[in-house]
Design a protein around this ligand. Structure first.
Ligand SMILES: [Zn+2]
Length: 522
C-alpha cells in the first residue's frame, strides 16, 4: 500500500511541476493566513514602521527570471495544488511579520566569503542545508542587495525572483514535506546595512575605518547572506572568510582552520550549537588576539585593536570570574567558546560566543564592566534561550540587565544592590516608565525593557524569596536551552518552582502603565 501511494504522488508531482513553475507564488494562499494574523494595534504599528522603511531594492532593479511556460498546462485542480505550495514569506512574528519565512527549517549555513576589505566588496556563496516542513513549490529567504549569479537546489540550477528583501527560490521540482535539500546561492557586491524596523539605525554588515563588523539585531542579517531571518529558525554555521593580509577574521564558534593562500588567508569558523541569525558575526580588522582558558577548559579568545589592547585586557580582565559566577547562578556556560571583539560600533551586542563591543567600552578603568557582564549573561538569556517573538525582548534585556545587578551584588555586596535598586526604581517611578511587556515595534530597545524589565525580576525575587528565585533562574535556561521561549513560558517556570500564582505580579510589572510598588524586602 505504501509503495503504491508513493507512485501516485510521484505522478502527481511530475504533473504539478509544470504547473507550479508557471504559477506565481500566491501570497494570499489559505495556507499562509494563519501565520500573518496579528492584532489590529500591532498591524497599525507595523504599517507605520514599514512606511518609513524604504525598500532596499527598487522594483525596477529586482531580478526576475521567468521560468519556461508550461506547454498547454491542464487546469490546476485543488488536488494538484496540494502537491506543493509556496512557503510563506514571513514567520508571522506579531511585530515584524515579514521576518523569516515559512515552510522549512534551515539546519546549517555554510557561508563562504571572499572579502575585499578596502573596497568593502564581497564575493560569496551561501550553501544552506534545509528541511522542508510542508510540500513546497517555492520558498523564500530574506536577502538584501547584491547581484545573484546562480541559485542551485541540490546542485541543479533553480529559478528565482526578488522583491524587496524577499528572495523567492523556485526549485526545479517540488520539495516534499520532511525532505532535506541544499540551496546554494552565489552572489557578489557591496553590502549595505539594513534600515532596521526596530530601531533608528542601520544594522548588519558595516564597514568602518579599520575594517568591518557585523551586528544584526534584529533584522540586519539579510544584509550579508540569504537567511531565514528570525530567531525561531536557529541553525549551525560554518563561516569561511578570506581576507587579504594583514587582516584577521573573528567570528562565532571555534577557528577550525586558517589556510594561507598566495596573497590572502581563509579563516574557517565553526559553530556547533544552534544560533539565531542576528547573532552571527564576522569581524575583520588588524586585531591582536588574546587567549585564555576558562572554566572546564573553555577557550576564551579576545580580538582587540592594537592601540586599545592593553586597556581592553584590563577592562575584560574579570571575564573568567564572571563566567564562573554566572555558571553558578544560571547553570553551566552554554557554548563552546567565549570572548570579546572590539570595533567602531556605537553599542554592544551579545553575538554568540563572541560579544561585540564598541571602542567606547574600553577605558582602562573597568568603567563599562556592567556592559561586559551584560553581554556575557546574554549567552544564557537571548543566545541559548532565544525569543520566540520579538515583542518579548524584555526576556533578553531585562535578564541581562539584572545579571549586571547580580554581578554588582557579587563584587560589592547586598547594600550596593539595594542602593542600585533604590536609584533605578526612583528613576522608573518618577518618569512613569512604560511597561516592558509591550514595547513599541519601532523602538523595541527602549529603556523600559532593560530597567523596568530588571525591576520585574527583582520584584519576583522579593515575592518568592532568594531560594526559589535562583532556582527559577537556573531552571528556565536549562529547560529552554538552544531553543525558544515566551514570557508565558518563563512565568510558568516561575510559578512551578515557587508554587505561587504570579499572574498579578507579572501583569502589573510587564503590561500595566502604572509602575507597581516593589514588594517589601526582608
Ligand atoms: Zn542586552
Amino acid at each position: 500500500m505504501r509503495k503504491f501511494a508513493v507512485l501516485i504522488l510521484l505522478a502527481l508531482l511530475v504533473m504539478a511541476c509544470n504547473l507550479t513553475q508557471a504559477v506565481q507564488p500566491n501570497r494570499n494562499d489559505a495556507s499562509n493566513t494563519q501565520v500573518v494574523q496579528s492584532s489590529s494595534v500591532l498591524e497599525q504599528e507595523q504599517v507605520e514602521s514599514t512606511q518609513i522603511d524604504p525598500t532596499d531594492t527598487p522594483a525596477s532593479q529586482s531580478t526576475t527570471l521567468t521560468p519556461p511556460a508550461a506547454e498547454s498546462s491542464p487546469t490546476p485542480t485543488q488536488e494538484l495544488m496540494q502537491v506543493g505550495q509556496p512557503g510563506s514569506d514571513g514567520l508571522g512574528d506579531p511585530y515584524y511579520p515579514q521576518l523569516g519565512n515559512g515552510g522549512y527549517d534551515a539546519l546549517h549555513y555554510t557561508i563562504d566569503l571572499v572579502v575585499d576589505v578596502e573596497s568593502n566588496t564581497i564575493t560569496g556563496t551561501a550553501t544552506i542545508s534545509i528541511q522542508a516542513v510542508q510540500n513546497l513549490s517555492t520558498f523564500n529567504l530574506d536577502f538584501s542587495g547584491f547581484e545573484i549569479s546562480q541559485v542551485l537546489i541540490d546542485d541543479v540550477a533553480a529559478n528565482y525572483k526578488r522583491q524587496g528583501d524577499e528572495l523567492t527560490i523556485i526549485p526545479p521540482e517540488s520539495l516534499w514535506n520532511g525532505e532535506t535539500f541544499t540551496a546554494t546561492i552565489a552572489y557578489s557586491g557591496e553590502p549595505e546595512p539594513i534600515r532596521s524596523k526596530a530601531l533608528p539605525i542601520r544594522m548588519g554588515w558595516t564597514h568602518f575605518d579599520a575594517g568591518i563588523y557585523v551586528a544584526s539585531e534584529p533584522d540586519g542579517a539579510a544584509s550579508w547572506y540569504p537567511v531565514n531571518d528570525h530567531p525561531l529558525d536557529k541553525a549551525t554555521y560554518t563561516l569561511r572568510v578570506t581576507v587579504p593580509e594583514p587582516y584577521v577574521v573573528a567570528a562565532n564558534g571555534l577557528l577550525e582552520d586558517k589556510i594561507k593562500n598566495e596573497d590572502n588567508t581563509t579563516y574557517v569558523w565553526e559553530s556547533i550549537n544552534p544560533m539565531a541569525s542576528y547573532l552571527v558575526t564576522v569581524d575583520i580588522a588588524e586585531f591582536i588576539i588574546q587567549t585564555e582558558e576558562g572554566p572546564n577548559g573553555l577557550p576564551i579568545r579576545n580580538f582587540f585593536p592594537p592601540e586599545l589592547a592593553d586597556d581592553a585586557a584590563f577592562d575584560f580582565g574579570r571575564t573568567l570570574e564572571m563566567i564562573d559566577f554566572f555558571s553558578e547562578v544560571f547553570g553551566p556556560y552554554p557554548f563552546e567558546a567565549y570572548g570579546a571583539v572590539i570595533a567602531d560600533f556605537p553599542a554592544a551586542l551579545e553575538t554568540q560566543t563572541l560579544s561585540l563591543f564598541g571602542y567606547q567600552h574600553v577605558s582602562g578603568t573597568r568603567e563599562s564592566e556592567n556592559v561586559v557582564a551584560h553581554e556575557l549573561a546574554h549567552q544564557w538569556f537571548g543566545d541559548s534561550v532565544s525569543l520566540a517573538k520579538w515583542r518579548d525582548i524584555w526576556l533578553n534585556e531585562g535578564f541581562a540587565t539584572y545579571a549586571e545587578w547580580l554581578w554588582l551584588e557579587h563584587i560589592e555586596g547586598a547594600d550596593a544592590l539595594a542602593n542600585n535598586v533604590d536609584r533605578i526604581y526612583g528613576f522608573v517611578s518618577e518618569r512613569g516608565m512604560r511597561p516592558p511587556g509591550n514595547p513599541p515595534a519601532s523602538n523595541l530597545f527602549n529603556g523600559s525593557v532593560y530597567i523596568r524589565g530588571a525591576l520585574t525580576l527583582h520584584a519576583l525575587r522579593l515575592t518568592v524569596g532568594d531560594e526559589a528565585f535562583f532556582e527559577i533562574l537556573r531552571t528556565y535556561p536549562q529547560r529552554y536551552h538552544y531553543g525558544n521561549a515566551t514570557t508565558a513560558d518563563f512565568i510558568a517556570v516561575a510559578e512551578e518552582v515557587s508554587g505561587q500564582d504570579l499572574d498579578e505580579l507579572f501583569q502589573s510589572w510587564l503590561y500595566e502603565e502604572a509602575v507597581p510598588e516593589l514588594p517589601p524586602s526582608e
